[in-house]
Design a protein around this ligand. Structure first.
Ligand code: NDP
Length: 339
């Protein structure tokens, strides 16, 4: 890439099922010029997140799809390269939603300045950003953790799950993490202080989860769906709370799962066990951003919360890394170091 060029990854086609490399296209274009009141941003970090799979589909959801030929959506940390805007100076760092590209022009709308002295800037995309806030708000508002209760979370070594488990532990819960493979399970126990870890890729998940939760499950923070949900469901206690955050096991499904319709059993159990199941999108709790940043910054400073990043170098590797995320190949918050 020359200094006068920008690169970007656009949506080339809508996937049927799992995304494929040909659904993405890397394009080169002349470097955009900031107009009056605008700034030129150079992307340092791009966040890759499971919600991006939903943006690749047509149709109505809680957010608009990415159009064919448009830049893939994504959270970024960027540096101001040039400024025609009174509020920004070259060299300042900002958090934004500028997408899968090396540069972007902005009038400042939706940007938040970052202080590199306060925390590594890429944490604004992870533990101090959207995934951290998802864990904090979903768990505290809906999960309502109390001492000695049993909390179960899946995708537990990932950006959201790792944070859910650690906050629940701070609130006095017994924490059980479900993760894919022995290395991720060891990490939960040795590095994050979970009380127990269960590998969902090993056989007999329902039996092993039941043995690990002898007192049942009081809070199940749902990140996954699929077979993990099937194993959790019979173990839920009366008055269990289930923040429904994500269903990554189902994001690329093209048809309902085979087998009988279990809606009647589900509704019956919700009634008899008085379950509280609530879906949420992190922005529902936007008014709690200040509380979140205050508490999480303090926990990090005190060493009470830890985080892990999985860094991929180079924008051109974003599609491969994103497809890996949907298969559990990431180990920690997935980030692309763009420049
Ligand atoms: P992660 O960093 O946890 O990465 C995704 C992980 O999901 C993979 O590493 C893998 O972990 C696990 N996974 C993938 N497929 C399966 C499967 N079939 N069965 C079990 N586990 C699977 O991602 P995030 O922390 O960013 O996101 C976690 C969840 O939170 C997602 O569902 C996401 O959509 C949701 N989310 C929701 C938000 C909201 O506002 N509601 C906001 C942010 C995230 P492993 O190898 O351990 O299986």
């Amino acid at each position: 890439m020359s200094d006068a060029e920008t690169r970007r990854i656009v949506l080339a086609s809508r996937p049927e099922g799992e995304p494929r490399p040909e659904d993405f296209l890397l394009e080169t274009a002349p470097l955009p010029e900031p107009g009056p009141g605008e700034i030129l941003l150079r992307t340092l970090w791009l966040s890759l997140d499971p919600y991006m799979r939903g943006r690749m589909n047509a149709g109505k959801s809680y957010a608009k799809p990415v159009e064919i030929g448009a830049v893939m959506e994504g959270g970024t940390v960027s540096v101001v390269e040039r400024s025609n805007h009174d509020g920004y100076r070259p060299g300042e760092m900002v958090l934004g939603m500028t997408g899968w590209q090396t540069h972007a022009v902005s009038d400042g709308t939706g940007l938040r300045k970052l202080d590199p002295a306060a925390a590594p800037v890429q944490t604004a995309l992870g533990i101090l950003g959207m995934p951290g806030m998802t864990a904090y708000t979903g768990l505290l508002n809906i999960g309502q953790p109390k001492p000695v209760e049993t909390l179960v979370v899946a995708a537990a070594s990932g950006a959201v799950g790792a944070t859910v488990g650690q906050i629940a532990k701070l609130k006095g819960c017994r924490t059980v993490g479900i993760a894919g493979g022995p290395e991720k399970c060891r990490f939960l126990l040795d590095e994050l202080g979970f009380d127990a870890a269960v590998d969902h890729r090993a056989p007999d998940l329902p039996e092993r989860l039941a043995e690990t939760c002898p007192d049942g499950i009081d809070i199940y923070f749902e990140n996954v769906g699929g077979e993990v949900w099937n194993a959790v469901f019979p173990l839920l206690n009366d008055f269990a709370r289930i923040p429904v955050c994500g269903r990554i096991a189902n994001y690329s499904d093209t048809a309902p799962p085979p087998g009988p319709d279990r809606t009647v059993q589900l509704m019956g159990t919700i009634l008899t066990k008085r379950l509280r199941i609530q879906g949420f999108i992190v922005r529902d709790f936007a008014s709690q951003a200040g509380d979140f940043r205050r508490d999480m910054s303090a926990w990090l400073k005190e060493g009470r919360i830890r985080y892990r990043e999985d860094v991929v170098e180079g924008l051109e590797r974003a599609p491969e890394a994103f497809m890996g995320l949907l298969k559990g190949r990431n180990f920690g918050k997935l980030l692309v170091k763009v420049s």
